[in-house]
Ligand binder design. Sequence first.
Ligand code: HPA
Length: 247
Amino acid sequence: MLAIIGGSGLTRLSTLAVAHREVVRTPYGEPSSALIFGQLAGQNVVFLARHGHGHTIPPHRVNYRANLWALKHRDVDAILAVASVGAITGTCAPGDLVLPHQLIDYTGGREQTFFDGSDREVVHVDFTQPYESGLRARCLAAAHAAHIAVHDGGVYGAVSGPRLETAAEIDRMERDGATIVGMTGMPETALARELGIPYAAIAVVVNHAAGRGESAQAVSMERIARVLETAMDKVKVLITQVVKGAA
Ligand code: HPA
């Protein structure tokens, strides 16, 4: 079953015909929200609101391990994550959708692995290609079929937040090769890999990153809210098409 993790602007999947909800207890504590099981385009899917249903959990307080563990233990075999980002490079602009193919982790102070006990052998997982190519291809095909423009590829720079970046920090990230910046990509992406769940992300560009374009002097939160709202309609259509494509 496909899981959708919704971020800012997608705390509820209005297109989902809800069958039941479940609060899952995990060895890592409680997930951000109840898992919402239901049908979308005739397929079973499960939805999880990353920041809680009331959007009250900031990115650095999300219990990523509990979220991923809960999905793994409810028969999830693929995860499509939705996350809002800022555009670092001129290749994308507010309102655009990006399917990132690479990631750089700048976060700190987060529980970032399931393999941190001293009671078992050390485990290292391969993370060369952080996003699963099959699921990415499925999203690209769905976007094509639904006539939704998406950028095929992007380098997601994951930061801790909750504050936005300085212009100099964005300059550094651009020198590193990051093209978009967001606060929730890590450790979510790596934890999915540790659990062996194919994972891909739809990044919704909601602003020019600090020091870029219309954010040259400051990032406007009002503008972010406006862009987020309109872009999410597109995201919902895309998700439905991804699910249909698997039917
Ligand atoms: N920086 C970090 N995270 C974000 C941004 C940003 O500019 N926009 C949306 N999420």
